[in-house]
Design a protein around this ligand. Structure first.
Ligand code: CS2
Length: 488
């Protein structure tokens, strides 16, 4: 069977513009499925809409080199497959002009970002790629990888690589650079800027500190949204049958996509607004809406869904009790905690989120969404609890999500009820924290640990007692306890 190559696209819609006409102006860190289904598509559309061919992408995998190894033999080309009842035909994307493996060759990342033709760096390195303390928002200088970078090896962590690349650009007068974090973190731009500044200060990279203080480097915050499950071998085989060529690296996604970007560009950039991105002064209201509603509901459906035997988010959301828990979270806890984006109908947004989840053509698994909970519960659930506490109110539904996460830490299971390894960058510490304790004691330890929930909530007995009570009820009575909570 023929493989995907320049000029060989089978029955998929071919890339437009011709990939060979593009030069590299953008570097991407974190070459996962999400980037390929989101920013790369916006960039290719913007190039087509504006005719500005400077924005081909050099993309790097961060940890495993698997995606780069699959994409390199097929000229960086891949197919985007939308899944829903009335999806558009598969489309080949050609905007990835170079693919590399940062773990195998960390120096190449810095060289690429330092190139004066590059003016944009985008990132999807997941929450844990920031090497930060999520509670305090500062660089974890005690992280062994950060320490190794500070000791002078070729930098491997993201804050270190950016800090060094910015120093090189400053020394060479390489011109303005806009760094666009596309991870699900509150105020992701400002957070990343702070981490790069922390690293530069520790490492004595004064040129970077000065560049960050100037307008030459900016870090607009952004909100990205598109549901992109992990691609499976079955997806690959299915696509091959459909288009008649073999693509080893397609991405499967929902049709919906959204990108809200703060209009703080240091220099030239692809005009993503022509591809539907929204430029705003302040992304915070959008980010709160998305993290506290969509991502929070995802996490609740994942943790509760796993305990109830639901393999996919699509299956979990069809359970009326789980869907109701999400609706109550939206209306009771989140809506009053938000600064609502201009013109946004929050209840309508919540319903649209649940409708997107209810897409049985999209095999998004509960176990995938459940991963890395220690990094996710803060912006998704604890932020709502804290915001409501500041208003003197409780947030019972967000607390239910925290309780369900705690049970997953104590006893991680897959949808078949089999024990699984806890997928979390803090798995070892969390396991030690709960070891040997009964469920209520273990939950209490988790939700009173300031490094997990922040010191304010760790001392908030209303939140702590409620989380312990909910987790204990779920543990002892399962679905019946949930049913009771939602229906009373
Ligand atoms: C999900 C997100 O895996 C997860 O934790 O909640 O990846 C979610 O699918 C995206 O943020 C949707 O934009």
């Amino acid at each position: 069977m023929t493989g995907l190559r320049y000029g060989t696209y089978g029955r998929a819609t071919p890339p437009d513009p011709d990939p060979r006409s593009l030069t590299i102006g953008q570097v991407h860190l974190g070459l996962g499925a999400f980037h390929r289904a989101h920013q790369a598509v916006y960039t290719e559309d913007a190039i087509r809409n504006t005719g500005d061919s400077r924005w081909g992408i050099a993309a790097f995998t961060q940890r495993s080199g698997a995606a780069a190894a699959r994409l390199a033999p097929q000229d960086g080309l891949y197919t985007v497959v939308e899944r829903c009842a009335d999806a558009t035909p598969p489309r080949t994307v050609g905007v990835l002009r170079e693919v590399g493996n940062a773990a195998a060759d960390p120096g190449s990342v810095i060289d690429r970002i330092a190139d004066p033709t590059v003016h944009i760096v985008t990132l999807t390195v997941t929450e844990k790629g920031y090497r930060h303390d999520p509670v305090r928002g500062i660089l974890r200088v005690d992280d062994p990888e950060v320490r190794a970078d500070l000791a002078g090896r070729t930098p491997r962590t993201v804050p270190a690589a950016l800090a060094h690349a910015i120093a090189r650009r400053a020394a060479a007068g390489a011109g303005p650079l806009t760094v666009v974090s596309c991870d699900n973190l509150p105020d992701n731009g400002r957070l990343l800027e702070g981490l790069v500044r922390d690293f530069a200060a520790e490492a004595g990279l004064d040129a970077t500190t000065d560049a960050l203080a100037s307008a030459m480097v900016t870090f607009p915050s952004t909100v990205v949204d598109r549901i992109v499950p992990v691609t499976t071998d079955a997806d690959i085989a299915d696509l091959q049958r459909r288009i008649g060529v073999r693509d080893a690296a397609p991405v499967i996604c929902e049709p919906f996509r959204q990108w809200v970007i703060e209009d703080r560009f240091a220099g030239p950039a692809p005009d993503w607004s022509t591809a539907g991105a929204q430029f705003v002064d302040d992304a915070a209201p959008w980010e709160q809406l998305k993290l506290r509603m969509l991502n929070a509901a995802h996490s609740i459906l994942a943790y509760l869904g796993l305990r109830l035997g639901y393999r996919s988010i699509a299956a979990a959301v069809t359970d009326p009790v789980l869907a109701d828990a999400c609706r109550r979270l939206f209306a009771h806890d989140v809506q009053p905690s938000l600064v609502v984006p201009p013109g946004m109908d929050v209840a309508g947004y919540g319903e649209s989120v649940l409708a997107r989840f209810d897409n049985s053509a999209l095999p998004h698994t509960t176990i995938q969404v459940a991963a890395d909970g220690s990094q996710k519960i803060g912006p998704r659930l604890l932020a709502t609890v804290a915001a409501r506490a500041a208003q003197g109110a409780a947030a019972p539904w967000a607390t239910l999500g925290v309780a369900a996460w705690a049970l997953h830490v104590i006893d991680p299971v897959d949808a078949a009820g089999h024990s699984v390894e806890l997928a979390d960058p803090r798995a070892g510490e969390l396991r030690d924290l709960v070891a040997g304790a009964t469920v209520p004691v273990a939950v209490r330890r988790l939700v009173t640990d300031p490094t997990v929930v922040g010191s304010a909530l760790a001392d908030d007995s209303r939140f702590v007692d409620r989380a312990v009570e909910l987790a204990d009820g779920l543990h002892q009575h399962g679905y019946a306890a949930l049913h009771h909570e939602v229906r009373t």
